[in-house]
Design a protein around this ligand. Structure first.
Ligand SMILES: [Zn+2]
Length: 155
């Protein structure tokens, strides 16, 4: 059975109880890492700078405490453990090139892993009656690792 690393656990602890409930159940069936829960001002500005977020502090759902948003990624048993499906990764690791003959094959496999994870998270949320939104469903800025609780829940 998969389980959280201490870092992942620590990050999940900074999240709203709804998110904890969903993702604590998800880890029982599928392996993933929690990349980020709450972001303070410095961390938010850093995320803006490196392109992970389009928002300045405190506009992101990651900026309330506990956090209304969480970023996760599928955890692969092979190296590298966290994958974004970039050309850089595919070129860098010979094992990946052996397994995926073309870059697009590799990229598809990564996107599929994110989508699968999201489908399972959404199914759990639905069962718990929690309105969960996945960033991969957004039309303009696809944010595959990102999940947040619908604002109406806390209105
Ligand atoms: Zn996020």
């Amino acid at each position: 059975m998969p389980y959280f690393s201490s870092k992942s656990k620590e990050r999940l602890e900074t999240c709203e109880v709804d998110l904890k409930d969903i993702f604590n159940q998800l880890i029982e069936t599928v392996d993933f890492a929690v990349l980020c829960g709450f972001r303070n001002k410095e961390e938010q500005e850093q995320a803006f700078k490196n392109g992970a977020s389009k928002l300045h502090f405190p506009a992101s759902r990651h900026n309330s405490y506990p956090s209304n948003a969480i970023d996760i990624a599928p955890y692969w048993s092979t190296f590298p453990h966290i994958r974004w499906g970039t050309l850089d990764e595919w070129s860098k690791y010979p094992d990946l090139k052996d397994q995926y003959k073309t870059y697009s094959e590799y990229n598809n496999a990564c996107l599929q892993a994110f989508s699968l994870l999201a489908g399972q998270a959404k199914a759990i949320a639905k069962e718990m009656n929690i309105p969960l939104i996945w960033g991969g469903d957004w039309r303009t800025f696809k944010d595959y690792p990102h999940f947040e609780i619908d604002r109406d829940r806390y209105a």
